[in-house]
Structures are given as C-alpha cells and as structure tokens.
Write a protein that binds this ligand. Sequence first.
Ligand code: C5P
Length: 229
Amino acid sequence: MNPVFCAIDTDVLYEAKELVDALNGEVGGFKIGLELFTAHGAAGYRTVAACGAPIFLDVKLHDIPNTVAGAITSLLPLQPAYITIHASGGAAMMRTAAEAAAAAGEGRPKLLAVTVLTSLDSDDLVSVGQDADVGEQVVRLAQLARDSGLDGCICSPEEILPLRAALGNDFVLMVPGIRPSWAPSNDQKRTLTPRQAYDAGATHLVIGRPITKAQNPVEAARRIAEELA
Ligand code: C5P
C-alpha cells in the first residue's frame, strides 16, 4: 500500500479536482484541510472524494465532547478514512468522539490526534500554562489519545522515534514535513525524506508541494513511490 497522502492545499475547487484526477492511483490518498473544507463544505469534499481514493480530512476538531461527537457523526456520511481532533481537548472529548466514529462500524473513520502544533515552541506552551518541554507534551498527549481510543496521531519527523518507543507499533503515525532529497524545503524545517521517515516508523506520509508544485506532479509522485518501494 502506498503510504503517501498528498496534501491538496487550495481553496480553488477545480484545481483540487484536476490534481486529484491526475494523481489518483499514484498516491495512497489525499488530505483535504480546512482551506478547502471551509470554502466548499461537504459538496466540495464529495467532488474531490469522487476519485474513490482514501481521504484524510484534516479538520482538527476541538470543542466540548457532545459537540465534537456531533461533528464526527455529521462527517460519517462522507466516509473519510481519517479525521483529526485536538488531543488537548481532553480524554472525555476523545472518548466520545471515538464512540461516535465507532457507530459507522467496520469502515469507520480512524481518528488521529493533533498533539502540539509544530508552530508552537516551549515559550508558547508556557504562555498557555502547559509543560515547557514540547517533546514530553507530545508524548503525553499521544498516550492520552491512545488511552482514549484514538487510532493514531499526526507528528513531525523528529517525533517519530520517541512516539514509536512510547506507544509501540499499533498506532498510526501520520507525518508531514517530508521532503525528497530532490525537492525544495519551502517553509518546512527539520524535514526527513520519505524513505527516512518510513524507516523511522511512520505509517503514513503527508506530502504536498513536492508533488503538487512539481513541474510534473505524476512523475514526482512516482519517484517518491519508487524511493519507498
Ligand atoms: O506542502 P507540504 O508538503 O509542506 O504540505 C504539508 C501539509 O501538512 C500541509 O497541508 C500542512 O498544513 C500540513 N502540516 C504540516 N506540519 C504540521 C501539520 C500539518 O506541514 N505540523
């Protein structure tokens, strides 16, 4: 199975549709984020998901348990493969969300925790009253997510090894911040190549611009798949 989820980071629906149609079968699935989902909602989602590939719906839910569970229930008809929720919303929120997802049975969406956003450093954590050690906070929130019934978490390349060590192998690690050696790093710092991230224990890789902004996106996706094979 191809572990690459290509990030479709645009709010222009026809661009998203063109990309997905071109790349369908060349990657393992597509990530739809807040940009596209807030602009086009469920109808836009369906336009993209019509390709039939697994969709990672990165909406980072965070609210009281009842509201998050309601949002998950509202998303079930779209049949996303993965949905993100903030682990800092707490154990009850995550447990209730997992119960709501379970109602879809066998093909339910897997729930992935967002731990500490990579845009935050230790000063930011202290300013919101959290432990200053980002690494420890990431592991703590990932453990809480697993204990609350979530299936995995989003993590940065440098968090793969400590999370694998703390959580064992039966936990999805969906990893952005991936750059093939031949692609520009853009605004990403501390990247790993697809091969390095996979070998470190990532189960899925989120890759956007190295594919979508390549001169030939299909060729770029194939090159990444070959490096992972
Ligand atoms: O284009 P690029 O490969 O950098 O895209 C990475 C995707 O992963 C984007 O959708 C970005 O928002 C997302 N992401 C990230 N870093 C995080 C969390 C999400 O790059 N820590």
